[in-house]
Design a protein around this ligand. Structure first.
Ligand SMILES: Cc1cc2nc3c(=O)[nH]c(=O)nc-3n(C[C@H](O)[C@H](O)[C@H](O)COP(=O)(O)OP(=O)(O)OC[C@H]3O[C@@H](n4cnc5c(N)ncnc54)[C@H](O)[C@@H]3O)c2cc1C
Length: 327
């Protein structure tokens, strides 16, 4: 746990208030740390200067456009709040962080968060259309591919990045969907006219995000799950690679130490019975989730020689799915 006592905490209700407090902190020589729900694991939402907390206010959801598949959110909107709002319209926000009941969209953008369904939805940066940001000198600007604001700053960033790009490219494994640490330099090089590419993932170090226009996705028409049981973690890892051509929405791994935690616990016994964990033990389980064309893809998976045994679940509204989700 990281602990630093800040000089002060501000809870701005508007972009004007955010601009005033950030300017005042900068003038006083204080560091500024924007903050959402504070669920980050690396101490990046705390600081010794001024904390600007966007989670208390700024929770408005507006400008839903179902044709364009976009919506505008305040930085303090929580992911579950957004998905509850979108669900009656048959839509949702793709990236699904495990902390969805608390994580704010401001924090998700600044961390470039993503979740288990990263293979189909990518990361939060892929869903940002435009951002309204507050700079340390108090300017409030809109940035996107279509906005021409901050052109001098954009050009300066591009110059620095291009000068070091060859050296940096050597360090990046090709084709990596999710790369956590540091700025989204490769995204920016791909589309240097769009500053959102460098703001997403900048962890509050470049500007505070006040609101965002986001892409939304249609909810899947059907879902299916396959559980594959393995004799070793190594075999499960190899199978993950062999399953990618079936385009799963997510592949999650549970190993023996975690499964053993559920032994003798009444709450988990029905799930253990369903998966026959006591009579047919295993070292490792892959939970493979599919969206759409479920029957076809599950039967392709079933026909492959993978693991010790398999369990297929197509009715995810039922008891089986709720039992499996307990793991
Ligand atoms: C149990 C657990 C599970 C997790 N699972 C996942 C997961 O599945 N996927 C994943 O990606 N992450 C995960 N996380 C990490 C974290 O929950 C997410 O990154 C989350 O999106 C952060 O949102 P937040 O609102 O809590 O941001 P905070 O923690 O408050 O802030 C995160 C960063 O963003 C900056 N920031 C916050 N708001 C703004 C703003 N308005 N403007 C500019 N910068 C801002 C902060 O300065 C900080 O650097 C997990 C964390 C925990 C504890």
């Amino acid at each position: 746990i990281y602990q630093i006592e800040p000089v002060g905490v501000a809870f701005p209700k508007s972009k004007e208030q955010a601009s005033l407090v950030i300017r005042a902190a900068a003038d006083a020589g204080l560091s500024v740390t924007p903050r959402g729900a504070g669920t980050s694991l690396v101490g990046n939402a705390i600081g010794e200067g001024l904390i600007v907390d966007f989670s208390r206010y700024n929770r408005q959801i507006t400008d839903l456009d179902l044709e364009k598949r976009s919506v505008r959110v305040g930085a303090g909107v929580v992911l579950d709040q957004l998905n509850d709002f979108l669900k009656p319209h048959g839509c949702g926000f793709g990236p699904d962080v495990a902390t969805s009941s608390r994580a704010t969209l401001g924090g998700m953008i600044a961390n470039n968060s993503s979740g288990a369904r990263c293979p189909i939805y990518g990361t939060t940066a892929d869903h940002v259309i435009s951002l309204e940001i507050v700079l340390a000198d108090s300017r409030v600007e809109k940035i996107s591919a279509r906005h021409k604001s901050l052109d001098a700053e954009r050009a300066a960033i591009e110059k620095v990045i291009r000068a070091a790009s060859a050296e940096m490219a050597e360090c990046w494994p090709p084709g990596l969907i999710k790369r956590w640490p540091g700025y989204g330099i490769e995204r920016f090089l791909h589309a240097p006219n769009d500053l959102t590419n460098i703001l997403a993932g900048s962890e509050g170090t470049l500007a505070a995000i006040f609101s965002a226009e986001l892409k939304i996705s249609p909810l899947p028409s059907e879902k299916g799950l396959a559980l594959i049981f393995f004799a070793s973690v190594g075999e499960a890892m190899q199978a993950t690679v062999e399953l990618l051509d079936l385009k799963p929405a997510a592949i999650e791994h549970i190993d023996r130490p975690l499964l053993d935690q559920t032994k003798g616990q009444l709450h988990f016994q029905a799930a253990r019975d369903l998966l026959e964990l006591d009579s047919k033990p295993c070292e490792s389980i892959l939970i493979v989730e599919f969206y759409d064309d479920v029957v076809e893809r599950l039967s392709m998976l079933e026909s492959r020689k993978l693991g010790l045994r398999k369990k297929i679940l197509t009715d995810l509204s039922g008891r089986c799915a709720s039992l499996v989700s307990r793991f």
